[in-house]
Design a protein around this ligand. Sequence first.
Ligand SMILES: Cc1ncc(COP(=O)(O)O)c(C=O)c1O
Length: 423
Amino acid sequence: MLDLPSIRRQFPILSQKIDGKPLIYLDSAATTQKPQAVLDRMQKFYGEENANVHRGMHVLAERATVAYEHARVTVQNFLNAQRPEEIIFTKSCTESINLVARSWGRAHLREGDAVVLTVLEHHSNVVPWLQLKEDLGIDIQWIDIDDHGHLKTEMLDAFLKKGNVKLVAVTAQSNVLGVRPPLPDIITKAHAHGALVLVDAAQSVAHHQTDVQELDCDFLAFSGHKLYGPGGIGVLYGKKEHLESMPPFLGGGMMIQEVHQDRFTPADIPQKFEAGTPAIAEAVGLAAAIEWIGQYSWEEIEDHEQSLIAAAVETLHVIPKITILGPGNGGARHGSASLTTGALPLQSGCLSFVTEGVHPHDLTEILGRQGICLRAGHHCTQPLHRRLGITASTRLSVGIYNTEEEITPVRTAVIQAVKKLSS
Ligand SMILES: Cc1ncc(COP(=O)(O)O)c(C=O)c1O
């Protein structure tokens, strides 16, 4: 069992009060809070090690380079990637996906080729492909969901049979419904038809173990700030052979072997994709976050967070006028046990809901004044919201530091807010 009081004490931000009431942070899907270990590590970097990486011979350049490359190996081990050079540091999950679209996409896709997306995707995994559609004339095929928010994977079979699918780009966990697509099945099928798979792991990395070799995905992207690490650092994992087949994404210092007046030769991976001065302290902070979470077992984290989501479903579904979106609906009808089938939880990390006659922004504003942090809007998933027939929803999302005691006050606060807003 996780020692929650000890975990919470490591997050200084959580101990504050808002208007005399304890802060209740239920917005970790947007960004997670940072443990003291990460804050300390970044301060140590700036206090003792700061220099630019790779191009200096002095002692600080050496320390900074060692710390930065240690961060790469830490991410490699975290993802169980085969080689450190398969880890590219970017600024965010968004930039990682754009890198694949702009570099791999432009090198390997032609008019008439298809990229398969799902209606669950975040705009970060939609817009870069729409841009390629505009530029290259590729097709985008969409996998729909059923009434519980699960992918209609039979649609993938039909798309793959057409023979023009070159890439399936799919989320590992929806940032709205919390559903987790069956990645092993999707990846096996895509590969059987010669298509690559990009996994958007932005929402899953903090909640479940990620093993790129076991998954056998071709690319995987995530952001450090959703994994208890700092903002401004993201990761792209790519299989070596794919990364080597791709042209540089950005041009500048560090990504070259030679530059002449009329040509350049790119560096090998990973430097080929890390033009300019990288986010060094942020990479070091991300490594500290990975080392920090590594002291807890994934089973403990999953059990804990699953009970938080089950408690949230139980808390919210009894409130009149509230409809929980996706699998939480099933939870509402049949109890929390329906949130899990076998080893794969049906809903993880977050749940979203709509409240009849009440705009999510008004609701979250009232809750916010009481120190209860939920998020409202389309959560950068307009295709999903359109599919659900709504324009906005309210999202409650959890992290390792949340407790069931924090979920209980949400009910009273929501009931009071709904009453106020509907009167
Ligand atoms: C599923 C998913 N993918 C991608 C992103 C983009 O992450 P970032 O804004 O850190 O690049 C998010 C952010 O919320 C997300 O939830």
